[in-house]
Design a protein around this ligand. Structure first.
Ligand code: ATP
Ligand code: MG
Length: 625
């Protein structure tokens, strides 16, 4: 409201300024009109007139008009013109015009002068520029001045300037004429003042309404924009802390208040704890939780009501009124945060001015709260999912860990039996036990993979010791390992690096981790490439990144399998149909390791044609501290 009245005054001032300028333009014509009119009437039409005073009046009008023009220009240039300056100027202009008019009338025949009629223009102009009161004042002044002049001339105190060529007989001494002229002049003057000022004040009222309306529209638009931007800002992250921080900041800015906070319900649903705040002291935010049982205000808000506390110093509903006063808070506005499954908490705005919040503010905070609730709910769900994933990984870690030792005992016993230490075996027994051993080995790999994967997910990764790993050496080692399997399938297997050995490409990783990554990708390439195919490993680098490409001419990956490739236990249907062995864990582990080392893995494939896996890693020459 404060802002509105300020700009309304500014608007009225601006209008007065424009009207002032307009009046000056008209006055140039009036001044020139008096001079020219006198010249034409006297010199051309040969009407006898008191020319000298009339010329003086015309020139005087032009001179004071020039002064007004200069003053108005100075006022318009001033950054902050004195209050009411334009209104004073308008009154001064009309005052001088009135004096000029009266002089003109006197020198052109007093009450008999046709110039009397010009007063009506002036009263209309006054009604346009000034308040109705000022208009009536000037109407009264005009009638008073004319009456005084007429009476003075009638009484012979003031000499009468008779324009004989216009009116043959002198009428100013005829009491009936004088009375009749004056009565009609005065009544017409006041009727004109009434009509013109009523019309113009009606117009002015309309104008004020239009201005207020357009200002309200602008405020509403700005707020809508803020809600929209807040929605964008809070929905662009799933990190709960960030969502809440952005929300309180946006709300405080948009409501133009000092502070804003969000309290969320705890698991018991009985207390509200501060989850984010903006503009509040630590002492205030740490003053304690709101207990719904003892806090009727919080209870009402949680039940879905938006509540305004106009003055915290005398509202019994507050749980901590003294703390609020000490913090310098005088008014509060609280809106519920409600999710799909019920109350999440509340958002509260704080102002240092009592009675600060309007119903509009309440509706606005409600809108922000609705947008915020969705974002908070999403972030909470995301956080819960993360926790679930961690729990699952911990579970897998425990179970597989427990499985590991019995399996390794089984494997070592099998080795002992197959080596003949427990007595001779016949062919059938040996064949069956070999199959058992094969299966036990597979079980061991599976357990190792699962342990690896779970270890990565369970945040054990942070404990690993990173070293500088030379990529060419790591690749060469794994390529060496797969030469024989590749030969067995007559696969053309090659590896190249144009920039080696001039450039040593190094990244930060663990030797074992890098081995596993390359092992998994190269073993897949050989495994999923039929006899006689081709597998190439290619290493290159630009300024900051190393790139390893593992390409094969194998069975490829169907497009609808691509999005699932890095999921645990996922195997594409074409792979499952052709090769029985496989857990579907290799790529999940690979991706996990690559991400840990700050790298990225991508895949391109054409079913039946081949597959290319591309790894990129940031190059480092020394380990980050
Ligand atoms: P393992 O866990 O024993 O490695 P796997 O090879 O089946 O089993 P991943 O290495 O995780 O599992 O690979 C997942 C799936 O991705 C494979 O089952 C296969 O469908 C597909 N795949 C991976 N690499 C290739 C490749 N080079 N060519 C074709 N398909 C591939
Ligand atoms: Mg594999």
């Amino acid at each position: 409201m404060r802002n509105q009245s300020v700009s309304l005054t500014a608007l009225v001032e601006a209008e007065l300024m424009a009207s002032g300028a307009w009046l000056i333009t008209i006055r140039w014509l009036a001044g020139l009109g008096v001079v020219l009119g006198t010249f034409v009437t006297h010199t051309i039409l040969n009407v006898r007139l008191p020319v000298v005073p009339l010329y003086i009046i015309g020139v005087a009008i032009l001179i004071y008009n020039a002064c007004f023009r200069a003053i108005l220009a100075r006022l318009a240039r001033a950054a902050t013109p004195a209050p009411q300056a334009f209104a004073y100027l308008a009154n001064a202009q009309i005052g001088l015009d009135w004096s000029a008019m009266i002089a003109l009338i006197h020198f052109s025949g007093g009450l008999e002068s046709p110039a009397v009629l010009y007063f009506f223009f002036h009263i209309i102009i006054a009604a346009i520029l000034l308040s109705p009161r000022a208009t009536y004042f000037w109407a009264a002044m005009a009638t008073l001045l004319l009456t005084i002049i007429s009476l003075l001339e009638f009484a012979g105190i003031l000499p009468h300037e008779h324009v004989r060529d216009y009116i043959g007989i002198e009428l100013y001494t005829n009491p009936v004429y004088v009375l009749g002229r004056l009565v009609f002049f005065i009544s017409t003057m006041f009727v004109a003042a009434y009509l013109a000022s009523t019309l113009s004040s009606r117009l002015r009222k309309r104008e004020t309404q239009v201005v207020t309306l357009s200002q309200n529209l602008l405020t509403a638009y700005t707020r809508l924009q803020t809600v929209y931007e807040s929605a964008e800002a809070v929905n662009s992250t799933l990190e709960l802390g960030e969502v809440l921080d952005r929300l309180v900041r946006r709300a405080a800015d948009a409501l133009k208040v000092r502070a804003c906070s969000i309290r969320l319900l705890d698991e018991t649903g009985a207390r509200l704890s501060v989850a984010a705040s903006y503009g509040l002291s630590d002492a205030y935010t740490q003053k304690g939780d709101l207990l719904l049982e003892h806090n009727p205000l919080a209870r009402q808000v949680i039940a879905g009501k938006t509540i305004v506390i106009g003055d915290v110093t005398n509202d019994a509903r507050l749980q901590y009124p003294h703390e609020a006063t000490a913090e310098g808070i005088r008014a509060m506005l609280s809106a519920p945060l409600t999710g799909k499954k019920g109350a999440l908490g509340l958002i509260r705005a704080y102002s240092v001015d009592a009675q600060h919040f309007t119903p509009d503010d309440a509706a606005f905070l409600e809108a922000i709260a609705r947008v915020g609730s969705i974002a908070i709910e999403n972030a909470l769900a995301y956080r819960a999912l993360g926790k679930l994933d961690q729990m699952k990984s911990k579970f897998v870690l425990t179970v597989t860990h427990e499985l590991r030792s019995p399996v390794s005992v089984v494997r070592s016993l099998m080795r002992t039996i197959l080596a003949g230490y427990a007595g001779d075996l016949n062919t059938q027994q040996r064949e069956m036990l070999t199959r058992v051993q094969y299966r036990a080995d597979f079980l061991q790999t599976l357990i190792d993979d699962l342990l690896d994967l779970a270890a990565g997910k369970a945040d054990l990764a942070q404990r690993e010791d990173r070293v500088i790993v030379r990529l060419d050496e790591a690749i060469a080692r794994i390529v060496e390992r797969f030469k024989i399997p590749a030969d067995e399938k007559q696969i053309a297997f090659e590896w190249r690096c144009e920039q080696c050995p001039e450039r040593t490409l190094t990244i930060s990783a663990t030797g074992e981790g890098m081995d596993r990554i390359l092992n998994n990708l190269i073993s897949n390439a050989i495994k999923y490439t039929p006899n006689g195919g081709r597998v190439t490993v290619h290493l290159r680098a630009d300024n900051a990144t190393a790139m390893i490409e593992i390409a094969d001419s194998g069975i490829g990956i169907p497009p609808d399998a691509l999005p699932h490739l890095f999921e645990e236990f996922y195997r594409a249907p074409n792979a499952k149909a052709q090769i029985k062995e496989g857990t579907g864990l290799g790529l999940a582990i690979t991706k996990d390791l690559v991400t840990r080392y700050g790298g990225h893995i991508a895949v391109q494939s054409q079913p039946g044609q081949g597959t290319i896996f591309t790894l990129t890693f940031p190059l480092v020459t020394e380990l980050p501290m």
